[in-house]
Design a protein around this ligand. Structure first.
Ligand SMILES: *[C@@H]1O[C@H](CO)[C@@H](O)[C@H](O)[C@H]1NC(C)=O
Ligand SMILES: *[C@@H]1O[C@H](CO)[C@@H](O)[C@H](O)[C@H]1NC(C)=O
Ligand SMILES: *[C@@H]1O[C@H](CO)[C@@H](O)[C@H](O)[C@H]1NC(C)=O
Ligand SMILES: *[C@@H]1O[C@H](CO)[C@@H](O)[C@H](O)[C@H]1NC(C)=O
Ligand SMILES: *[C@@H]1O[C@H](CO)[C@@H](O)[C@H](O)[C@H]1NC(C)=O
Length: 535
């Protein structure tokens, strides 16, 4: 009872501050769903190409503010081609007044992290003495000023690193997860960001999990959570995590989530190297990619075919190129992500954390920015992911106008070499359109040219002799990403491959089609991707 007046006062103040600063919301920032797609007011597809930005750890402050000005980080995010941030927040920041109203400086002081205070004073002086909630809002606003949409993700209750089965934050009824308090917190957050136009979605709760997990409570509380968010803020997409650490939505095939509103509900999925129990370095990459994809499709991906939007709100791995497990998973993930063209959020922009699991200044090897937030950790990864940032398909046209040949390892696509009969890798938005015909020829659209395996380890040619068996390409191997043919006039089997020194498409002996766990087939992986978007 005693908390109520102070809460109202708190919100009123907040709304006042928010409305003074709020810019008129851009029309394009009002999103809804159209079958499996997320679209703007005009019905045009908006592909969420997000990066996660953590603000849910003990300090309750978005990471990196001691290292760079918030506006600088927002501009980096935008210049890297991300159109959106999934910004994480801890429930108690909005349900516990003494936490939410604590100043940023105080929050670091209480944690004994005084060393960060100087950095924040230097880089973000205006955020040091305001409340953590005001700093949170400033981050959201800064992203908006740079044209970046925001999805607010209730990541955990008690501020700290997430997630484990027994951390008390896993499921409704856990030590720190009182459903009623959660409903209250969602309502408050949804109310607070009402006037901030670039907040386009709210994710109800991250990675539900743990021994209490059950479908009955999932339905009961997620439906309630969705309703309160929608009634407090009808503009945002409402995003729901499945079971088992956000890897499992199997039940949606039989049991719909019932809500009173339409065209706002999105489901999320997390997909890391280990999500499907796969140890990528222990098996054949083709077989494991198929197994992992089959699992993901049967547990969650199937909803796309049922007309529900799927937001892969966390995926990622080490960006060093030194982790075999993560590298193989990425190769597979990139192929599937291009083919299915779902919305996504990479983990993470953060190069290091103030404090993670007791470690001060812990480096984030998955981070797009380097440890001191001064620039990209790996520029070639940014190049690669840029292919997934633009939509391949639009929301309206259902039959593909063309198909492109995507190379997951590089994020590039096959295009014709200028004025030549050869092929090379180049930007997907500038690639040729291909058709894979009934007769297994790969034909360049609008021409009578098709791909032909001319000589071993030599460039694949564009030929008009499409009847030759050197021009028949079948997908082999479990991954279905190897395109195999014979060398013209011989029985030598080859696969499409890349000569990296020239980026030329060549015909090479097929690599590690099955069983072999030691070799990496990724240079030979290509995905034929439907493209309905006109460029
Ligand atoms: C709010 O947070 C403070 C600081 O962590 C804590 O001491 C207090 O018990 C919390 N209050 C409630 C109602 O949870
Ligand atoms: C970036 O990633 C690529 C590919 O995984 C790797 O080969 C390279 O060494 C990485 N660069 C850095 C600086 O980590
Ligand atoms: C690509 O388009 C074809 C032809 O319309 C369709 O059969 C196929 O299911 C599409 N594939 C994907 C992954 O959307
Ligand atoms: C393709 O995308 C790049 C940047 O991503 C852009 O510079 C280029 O103009 C685009 N090309 C076309 C044909 O749209
Ligand atoms: C390819 O193999 C078939 C059957 O083994 C054989 O009849 C044919 O002569 C071979 N062709 C060439 C060009 O070697």
């Amino acid at each position: 009872m005693r908390r109520r007046p102070s809460y109202l006062c708190f919100i009123a103040l907040w709304a006042l501050v928010a409305s003074r600063h709020a810019e008129p919301a851009k029309a394009s920032w009002r999103l809804h769903t159209e079958s499996r797609w997320i679209v703007d007011k005009q019905g045009r597809r908006v592909k969420l190409a997000c990066v996660n930005w953590a603000s849910h750890l003990e300090p309750m402050v978005a990471e990196g503010l001691d290292k760079k000005p918030v506006d600088w980080i927002s501009k980096q995010i935008a210049s890297m081609g991300f159109n959106c941030v999934r910004l994480t927040w801890p429930l108690f920041m909005v349900t516990n007044n003494s936490l939410g109203s604590m100043s940023v400086a105080q929050s670091f002081r209480d944690l004994g992290l005084v060393d960060y205070i100087g950095g924040i004073r230097q880089n973000n002086p205006s955020l040091l003495d305001v409340s953590v909630l005001a700093a949170f809002r400033a981050v959201v606003t800064s992203l908006g000023d740079n044209n970046v949409m925001v999805i607010l993700d209730n990541h955990i209750s008690k501020p700290g690193w997430c997630c484990s089965n027994r951390d008390g934050n896993g499921f409704f009824g856990d030590q720190y997860f009182d459903p009623n308090l959660w409903i209250k917190g969602l309502t408050r957050m949804a109310t607070m960001i009402r006037r901030i136009g670039n907040v386009v979605g709210m994710s109800l709760r991250n990675e539900l999990r743990g021994p209490k997990e059950n479908l009955r409570d999932w339905l009961r509380y997620m439906e309630r959570g969705a309703e309160v968010v929608h009634s407090a803020n009808p503009h945002v997409l409402v995003i729901a995590s499945g079971l088992y650490y956000d890897t499992d939505l199997w039940f949606l095939g039989h049991i719909p989530m019932k809500v009173s509103f339409a065209r706002k509900l999105v489901f999320e999925l997390h997909w890391y190297a280990s999500s499907s129990g796969t140890v990528w370095e222990d098996g054949n990459a083709n077989e494991l990619c198929k197994d992992a994809t089959d699992k993901v499709m049967s547990k969650a991906g199937f909803i796309l075919n049922q007309g529900m939007p799927l937001f892969v709100s966390e995926f990622g791995g080490e960006l060093s190129g030194q982790n075999v497990n993560d590298d193989r998973y990425f190769n597979c993930f990139f192929g599937v992500a291009a083919k299915l063209d779902f919305d996504w959020a990479l983990w993470t922009i953060v190069g290091s954390y103030y404090l993670r699991k007791g470690i001060v200044g812990m480096e984030e090897t998955f981070g797009v920015l380097n440890k001191d937030f001064s620039g990209p950790r790996n520029a070639s990864f940014l190049q690669r992911i840029s292919a997934l940032q633009a939509p391949f398909q639009g929301a309206t046209s259902s039959s593909p106008t063309r198909r492109i040949l995507f190379h997951p390892l590089t994020g590039l696509c096959i295009q014709r070499k200028r004025e030549q009969e050869q092929l090379q890798l180049g930007a997907c938005n500038e690639s040729e359109a291909w058709t894979h015909t009934r007769h297994h020829t790969i034909r360049m659209r609008g021409t009578d040219l098709c791909m032909q395996a001319d000589r071993l380890e030599k460039p694949v040619k564009l030929s008009t002799d499409c009847a030759d068996h050197g021009s028949r390409w079948k997908t082999i191997s479990e991954s279905k990403m190897h395109f195999s043919s014979n060398i013209v006039g011989s029985n030598v089997t080859v696969c499409l491959d890349i000569d990296f020194s020239t980026k030329t498409v060549i015909a090479s002996p097929c690599k590690c089609l099955r069983e072999d766990a030691t070799c990496n087939p990724a240079s030979q992986w290509f995905e034929l991707v439907n493209m309905t978007r006109s460029t």
